[in-house]
Design a protein around this ligand. Sequence first.
Ligand code: ADP
Ligand code: ZN
Ligand code: ZN
Length: 684
Amino acid sequence: MGVSAPTQPRRGPAGAAIVRVEPITTARALCGPFDYRLGEELRGEVERGSMLVVPFGRRQILGVVTGLAERSDVPSEKLLEPVRALELGVPAELIALAEWVAAEYCSTFARALGLVLPPGAARRLSGRRRRRSAEPRHRTVGATASEPPTLSADQRQALVPILAALAEPGAQQLLLRGVTGSGKTEVYLRATESALASGRSAIVMVPEIALTPQIVTRFVARFGDTVAVLHSRLTAGQRYEQWRRLREGEARVCVGPRSAVFAPLGDLGLIVVDEEHDASYKQHEGDPRYDAREVAVRRAEQTGALLLAGSATPRPESVRRMRAVELPRRVDGRPLPSVSVLDMRGLRPGLHPVTAEALARVRDEGGKAIVLLNRRGWSNFMSCRSCGRVWSCPECDVALVLHRAGGYLACHHCGHRERTPASCPDCGSTSVARHGAGTERLAHDLAEILDDGGFPVFRLDADVLDGGQEAEHGTVLASFEAAASGVLIGTQMVAKGHDFPDVTLGVVLDADATLRFPDFRAEERTFALIAQLAGRAGRGAEGRVLVQTIAPEARAIRYAARHDSRGFLEAELQRREALAYPPYGHLVRIVMGAETGEPARAAALDVRQGTLDRLAEVDPTGSGATAVLGPAPLFRLRGRERQVLVVKTTRRAEAVAAVGRAVAATAADRTHAGVSFSVDVDPQ
Ligand code: ADP
Ligand code: ZN
Ligand code: ZN
């Protein structure tokens, strides 16, 4: 059995004789790994992460080496040899990371591998190298770029433990807790500079490139061509080119959204997670539903890199586990803006008189304001005035949202669209009521109220340029920045890390909207949203923030109004501990979907029982470390009835493994054909 060790290695030391290869394909039947025998010329040349072209049936396919071995269980005469190796493979470290992601998020190795492979890997069977770009261009630093500023005393002090951690590689985590406008980006830049100076590389994760162009600009200005930027507007070819530059060491800094955590950089010294509270770091759809912040922690541990997370509103999870470094003041010494909570109880929805007056004053003084309303479209739902019909999605149990300019109603859950009706299809009435207001309506109303020609209204939400092209988002932000004065209206997008020194007024409308979500993170989110929006105001001149709400006593709103992140987190951590919510416990959410309700429920009951059985195997005493809640129905989505189970546990790995096995067994059971399963560990 197996192949004996090579007798005459031609190059280098004798390598292993067998490689385990995972085919890169979406075909489920091709789930590997498969063993291949290395010919003389590939021995010692192939390692974990190498990419090989291998014979497979009558075809040749691309595969990645996930392991090497001296022998195989397959009789040697049946083993085939790879055709050839591609010049560039994946760093072995990322194969290990993919293994971890698969286990941690209840996914499969093949799916997790998809995250770390070169972009477009499956289509690159030819393996031909793209033409390299010419000589690396020279650094753009100089006259296009500003000199690094002199550090403030706070920044200098914050950098002491950061630089010390970088000088002593070994897994370390630091949380840069800096109020909005405290100059966190400059601290990241100096940390990156230090990593580069010691011959190491850096990953800088940002929430969404299109919404945070300023930090990208600052990194490129400081480090020039050694920065590779990943963003969703890149073509497949450009994406591969960035990957290649990182893999070959031409680029040593990778700036990008959550996928940047898988950048193929060697000698990693630093991983920055900017605005670490941002929900976009969690993959919400598909499989695996990884949390890039957790993957970053893991990768830092694997490589000895420093993990530096930063935020003005850090997550309870991070506060609890990381050593904090503080930037307690704004860079220019300006105070944080004053925040007034405006009680909307008993008032007509819309602008509070104080808000209307403050906006008019900003207009009269030629200043700038930002208004946040976390709801897009014209109105939330429409009903017929004579028969009461509510327009709802044919595929989901939710109301359709009116988009007036586009002339359509849309489902914000599945994307279904239909033309705005001229009359009620049930009774023929042409009298239709529109309820609630979203950003489209607000932008329209404000343009009317404030209109005097010279005070433009800019809108930023996912509907900008239908479908939300990122280019367009960047354009809106750039236009607002360039304008002499004006108001920017939008969803949570307007509260991201923007640095516009001339914004003096920030307004949050319907601040309690996010509190009404039945989710244990609702308070954390509301607090962060208000505090972050407040952080956009008063960066260059004195600022003021108005928060309209019908829940002025809500904890999240009271603490945000006082800029009291510490107080909020203290109370929030106590609450979480009492309820065994993260970070004191973990949740796993399993959703079963089917065309009708009954099969989904039957499958959910089986998954529930299967999970309990497997937990009992590992813990016969039933210590109560894990509870399985449900099944409970969820609203119909994309034509599928759904049932949800929630597993609440203090023994995460055990529970994830039990859920994984129970779901796999239930999914394989033919009784449940037609049921879909999705597992979300630490759902957001
Ligand atoms: P944060 O991310 O903490 O909200 P930023 O990194 O956006 O803050 O910095 C706020 C502003 O302060 C930016 O315009 C930045 O250029 C400026 N800034 C940062 N550090 C300094 C410094 N040491 N001296 C002068 N200006 C600085
Ligand atoms: Zn009707
Ligand atoms: Zn829908």
